[in-house]
Ligand binder design. Structure first.
Ligand SMILES: [Zn+2]
Length: 270
């Protein structure tokens, strides 16, 4: 047996209102240009370096990387190019949290970038690309053995902007080194030791004095994942609908080296 038909009569509408919907609906395009402009006007400046695997391997079959490679910072990835781009940080993570993307580790952040560099060329992001913020510095530390090198030059992990504290402990006695007296910083961010003020180096053991460095450098981020790689909209241009890319979203992680024995993000060995 079928259901009963509705049998309750409803009242007639006491009045009638014209429809609020326009007869003709304007094109609801999301204007990609506006999105790009927002990033330009509210973003911060990054230097984007592209990544590619280091070819200093024994053979493609084994993928065995030269253990003491000097071409790639010994992490298996090579960087090339230097492109300026403005992006907006969204969701800088300071503790482990669960989000739609899975676990956010400490030091990760999401950055939204336009699809093009300011000169109009396409901006593509790939895993292990390097992003440096050139207009800010952060304080970092590093343990490093002194090594005598030509020109008294020593490099830390990142180009140094300023040095706050340098110290070593030799035979139970703490020593301090001071910027401007014992060493200087050159325009490439390298340490240049003043002649006669270098730390000790033992040529019989090939080990130098271990120094702890507290220094300031531009923060460096590594691209971990492209979250929104290809976002496409249709734009109405001169009565024609045209496909256009929209800004992309990248998950990044601070490249950070607590000490010389620790591994970086990029090595993927965590
Ligand atoms: Zn290499």
């Amino acid at each position: 047996m079928g259901m009963d038909k509705p049998n309750r009569p409803y009242n007639n509408s006491p009045t009638s209102v014209p429809s609020q919907m326009p007869e003709w609906i304007p094109d609801p395009s999301l204007k990609g240009q506006n999105f790009d402009q927002l990033l330009q006007n509210r973003g911060i400046r990054f230097i984007h370096e592209h990544s590619t695997p280091c070819p200093n391997i024994v053979s493609v079959d084994s993928n065995q990387h030269e253990p003491l490679c000097t071409f790639c910072d010994n992490n298996g990835m090579m960087h090339y190019g230097s492109f300026e781009i403005w992006g907006v940080f969204t969701g800088n993570s300071i503790e482990k949290t669960f989000e739609a993307h899975g676990v956010w580790e400490i030091g990760t952040a999401v950055i939204t970038f336009p699809t093009e560099y300011p000169d109009g060329t396409q901006a593509d992001f790939n895993m292990y690309d390097r992003l440096t913020i050139p207009d800010f510095t952060v304080r970092l530390w590093e343990l490093k053995e002194y090594e005598p090198r030509p020109g008294n030059i020593q490099e830390l992990r990142y180009p140094v902007k300023n040095v706050e504290f340098v110290s070593s402990i030799v035979d139970g006695v703490q020593k301090f080194y001071v910027l401007g007296i014992d060493f200087n910083i050159n325009d490439q961010g390298q340490i240049v030791w003043v002649d006669g003020r270098q730390p000790n180096y033992d040529y019989s053991t090939n080990h130098g004095e271990v120094l702890t460095w507290a220094f300031f450098a531009n923060p460096v981020y590594i691209v971990v994942q492209c979250l929104r790689e290809l976002r496409i909209t249709q734009e109405m241009i001169g009565g024609q609908k045209v496909a256009r890319r929209l800004p992309q979203q990248i998950l990044v992680r601070r490249d950070f080296l607590p000490d010389s024995s620790a591994e970086t993000v990029i090595s993927g060995r965590r």
